[in-house]
Design a protein around this ligand. Structure first.
Ligand code: 3HC
Length: 385
């Protein structure tokens, strides 16, 4: 902080100094200058309506921290120059992580709340299609692996909800948005899981797509999200491998097993590439997401990356990607692929997919059934406080 804020540097040189603030506040406003240092702000406001506190500023009106500070009067405005000048676009451009206490453009905050909460909802709702096969797993080993994976997804949801809460939103609010249809979750989880091979297809394709997306998100500009991604990516690789192992075994198994694996690939291939979102040209959020370095690669870049790495994996186990237009393009060094059915995509995103109602009702019921657990935790916390 000391080497970012130079008390002798005039406020005019900062994006958000007194010249920016004064026109925005009323003449009669009583202003608290938090971290005023020995700031000479006092002459700047009519009738000197500013009170400065600073733990290190010996000329401050109150020498101490905001936590120790008490005052008989109410303040209309509080400014904290350090916070509002250092979470800037320059900081993002300089690849410094934005942390919860940094100032951030309102748009940045709301964009992150949207993306991280929907990411978290996806992790939790994503437990349902796979949870459906825990009691039906073909062996104890398969059951244990699937249990571990589904449990991981719950943990991923927790990391992401916690990262989202650092932006000033509560878990209850996020759940309410999901239950009221005001928040989305990934379209992929609105498809049914009809056979054991679907567990393989989900691990291989859905977690494979998630890895491509999340490896890129490890470099996102928001600190808590980036750190959550680093943790999640470590576990995601296990998810993808366990799925590919199921598909490999079945593709090399009996005729019926190979047919089951190919059927799962046929049903999950296109919904998996839809996970990356609309084409960049139709993606209203990508512009800001890239400017603020929330996203580091665009939807189409990530989708292409996923396709290029997955086709070889399918070939290796003798399964066929269900896209007649899939063709290696030597010039581009990538696969050309067929047109995505965007009507299907938007239908599913907008709630008319095969399992949307079932997934949301299940989430609501689980949330209601868990009320007593939350009450017990609160009662215990109160008792032990
Ligand atoms: N499913 C549902 N909604 C989708 C979607 C999809 N596959 N793709 C895009 N959308 C929504 C967006 O949320 C946005 O809606 P909103 O404005 O109401 O939020 C709208 O469609 C327009 O899309 P944009 O491309 O403009 O939106 P984004 O820039 O946010 O890009 C995204 C969409 C690529 C999903 C991006 O939000 C992202 O990378 N999110 C983080 C990763 C994530 O959520 N992954 C979901 C799967 S989680 C998972 O797979 C867990 C694994 O363990 C199984």
């Amino acid at each position: 902080f000391e080497n970012s804020w130079n008390p002798n540097r005039s406020h005019e040189k900062y994006n958000y100094g007194w010249p920016f603030v004064i026109p925005k506040i009323s003449e009669s406003a009583y202003v608290l200058d938090v971290g005023c240092h020995t700031d000479s702000a006092h002459g700047r406001l009519p009738n000197n309506r500013v009170y400065g506190i600073d733990p290190a500023g010996k000329n401050a009106d109150f020498v101490g921290t905001i936590l120790e500070f008490e005052h008989p009067e109410k303040f209309d405005v509080a400014v904290s120059w350090g916070a509002i000048n250092f979470g800037s676009q320059e900081k993002i451009d300089a690849e410094k992580k934005i942390e919860p206490k940094d100032w951030m453009p309102d748009g940045y905050r709301s964009h992150l709340i949207r993306q991280i909460s929907q990411h978290a909802h996806s992790e939790i709702i994503g437990m349902q299609p796979e949870g459906n096969w825990i009691t039906r797993a073909p062996s104890l080993r398969a059951k244990m692996i699937l249990l571990a994976k589904v449990q991981d997804e719950a943990g991923h949801g927790l990391y992401l909800y916690s990262a989202c809460e650092t932006l000033g939103v509560t878990r209850d609010e996020l759940n309410k948005q999901l239950h009221e249809g005001k928040a989305k979750y990934s379209s992929i989880f609105n498809y049914p899981t009809l056979s054991w091979a679907d567990m393989g297809a989900i691990g291989w394709l859905v977690d494979g797509a998630a890895i491509v997306n999340q490896v890129s998100l490890q470099k996102t500009s928001y600190g808590p999200y980036s750190r959550g991604m680093i943790k999640i990516c470590k576990e995601e690789s296990f998810h993808q491998r366990q799925g590919y192992e199921i598909m490999t075994e079945m593709a090399n198994g009996t005729k019926e097993q190979k047919k089951m694996a190919q059927d799962a690939l046929n049903r999950f291939w296109w919904p998996s590439i839809m996970m990356f979102g609309p084409h960049d040209s139709d993606s209203p959020r990508t512009g800001n997401a890239m400017k603020w370095k929330i996203k580091r690669k665009t939807n189409d870049e990530l989708r292409q990356n996923f396709i290029d790495k997955t086709v070889a994996q399918a070939d290796l186990i003798g399964l066929k990607i269900p896209d007649p237009d899939l063709k290696w393009n030597e010039e581009r060094g990538s696969y050309d692929f067929g047109e995505i059915d965007w009507d299907e995509f938007w239908n599913v995103v907008n709630g008319d997919g095969p399992c949307n109602e079932q997934r949301l009702n299940h989430h609501k019921k689980a949330h209601d059934d868990g009320e007593w657990v939350r009450d017990a935790v609160k009662a215990y916390a109160k008792k032990s406080a």
